[in-house]
Structures are given as structure tokens and as C-alpha cells.
Write a protein that binds this ligand. Structure first.
Ligand SMILES: Cc1cc2nc3c(=O)[nH]c(=O)nc-3n(C[C@H](O)[C@H](O)[C@H](O)COP(=O)(O)O)c2cc1C
Length: 225
């Protein structure tokens, strides 16, 4: 080991034949393209191990200086879920009906059919609340800086969503604003901020989703070849 602590090891990497790369890539794209945000969940229970796998997948994410500035709280306790629904609906009522959103934002959301009521926060068997660590805290209480916190946690959340989807479950990226009520209910320390709330479960068999499209590849990319 060098003085800096840099201790390299050989990379574990399998180089694949190009045909297999295409097959794998297309299959992954086809699967990801079928993911939808779900707002109507079934009550059916989901084994804890599947949630552990999704969180572990998120935890493999790259992060600024490898600080992993995230914490995941998984909840399937009915009382806690009711408390969270109550807190979220209070904020969302203010957002949708109390003027907090403003006309332009409400107009942008209209085609999604969302409103202040969030029954899925109780019907989904699991809620996973992701916190971002704005500073790292050592066991002795001392703090140190984390780097690229929002970027890092956003990437981890993307991997979480992909893992949930690949396992045959559904989720929603939910961001009731402001979310500080989650820190209180889930007893998180002051160096963390709520980032995203993911209900996770099976879609209700009668679940409907808004009819939306995605931009095409030429619309979202430009190339220099
Ligand atoms: C950062 C972020 C915040 C979001 N917040 C909410 C939210 O609070 N409530 C909600 O119903 N959907 C929320 N969504 C979901 C989007 O509305 C949804 O991803 C979008 O309409 C595209 O639909 P799709 O996920 O089915 O492709 C959020 C998505 C993102 C990425």
C-alpha cells in the first residue's frame, strides 16, 4: 500500500462477444422501457429479502469519493405507514389546493391525474425512504464533507428503481414537498435530509397509468463521430 492508502487490485471484467452485448443491451432496454410509475398498489405482501436486494443494488452505485452519502429506511409497519400518509397528505393538500404549487406546476401535472390523496402510502406493503447525508458523521460525532451528494444519491435511486423493476415489483418516485416530516417520523439525524419516498409492491390488478410517451433518441442526444 502507498502512503496515500491507494491499494489497486485487478479489475473483475468479462469482455463479451459483440453479438451478446447487443442481445443483452436490447433485452435490458426492452425491460426498462416497460417500467411505469405505479400509484395503485395491491395489499399483497412482499418478502423483506426482495427489498434488501433492491437496497443492496442501490448501494453498489458510484458516489463522490465513494462516500455513499445515503441511508435507506424500509417500513412495513402499518402504524408508521399511516403516520407517513398523514404527514404526506398534509403537505400535498397544501401543494394541490393551498396554492403552494402555483398554476404552472399544477398545469404541468394535470395529465398525470395526481392529487393530494395518497392511499398507496398505506396499501403498498413497503415504503422505502431514501435520505441523503449532507455531511458524514463519525461515531465520535465529528463531521466531514460529502461530495456530489445529490448526484450520488440520484444515481443510487436509479439503480434501486431498476432493481425493483427487474425483480417484478413496482414503485413510484414520490417527493411530497417539503419532506422534513419524514426525518421526524423516522427519527433520522440532523445531517440527513429526506430525498425520495418509494412505495414498493405489486400493482393493483386494476391499476391504471397515465398515457404518456418518451422523447425519441434524436430528441435527447447529439453525436460527434
Ligand atoms: C424526481 C422525481 C419526483 C417525482 N415526484 C412525484 C410525486 O411526488 N408524485 C407522483 O405521483 N409522481 C412523481 N414522480 C413520477 C413522475 O410523475 C413520473 O416518473 C413521470 O410522469 C413519468 O412516468 P413513468 O415513471 O411512468 O415513466 C416523480 C418523478 C421524479 C423523477
Amino acid at each position: 500500500m502507498t502512503e496515500s492508502g491507494y491499494q489497486p487490485i485487478p479489475l473483475n471484467f468479462d469482455r463479451l462477444p459483440e453479438a451478446e452485448m447487443l442481445t443483452r443491451g436490447r433485452a435490458k432496454l426492452e425491460s426498462l422501457a416497460r417500467r411505469r410509475s405505479v400509484r395503485e398498489f395491491s395489499h399483497d405482501p412482499v418478502p423483506r429479502e426482495l427489498i434488501e436486494i433492491a437496497i443492496s443494488a442501490a448501494n453498489t452505485a458510484p458516489s463522490g469519493a465513494n462516500r455513499q452519502p445515503w441511508h435507506f429506511v424500509a417500513i412495513n409497519d402499518a402504524e408508521k405507514k399511516a403516520e407517513i400518509r398523514n404527514g404526506a397528505e398534509k403537505e400535498e393538500k397544501e401543494f394541490y389546493q393551498g396554492g403552494r404549487a402555483g398554476d404552472a406546476w399544477l398545469e404541468a401535472l394535470a395529465h398525470l391525474g395526481t392529487d393530494w390523496e395518497k392511499p398507496f402510502l398505506e396499501t403498498a406493503p413497503w415504503l422505502v425512504v431514501v435520505f441523503k447525508e449532507i455531511a458524514a458523521r463519525a461515531p465520535d460525532g465529528s463531521k466531514s464533507t460529502n461530495y456530489y451528494v445529490s448526484e450520488s444519491v440520484g444515481i443510487a435511486c436509479g439503480l434501486f428503481i431498476a432493481a425493483v423493476h427487474e425483480m417484478g415489483l413496482a414503485t413510484l418516485t414520490h417527493t411530497p414537498q417539503p419532506m422534513r416530516f419524514l426525518s421526524r417520523i423516522l427519527e433520522r439525524p440532523e445531517n440527513e435530509r429526506p430525498y425520495i419516498l418509494f412505495p414498493v409492491g405489486y400493482p393493483d390488478p386494476k391499476c391504471q397509468v397515465p398515457q404518456i410517451g418518451k422523447k425519441s433518441l434524436p430528441e435527447v442526444s447529439s453525436w460527434f463521430e
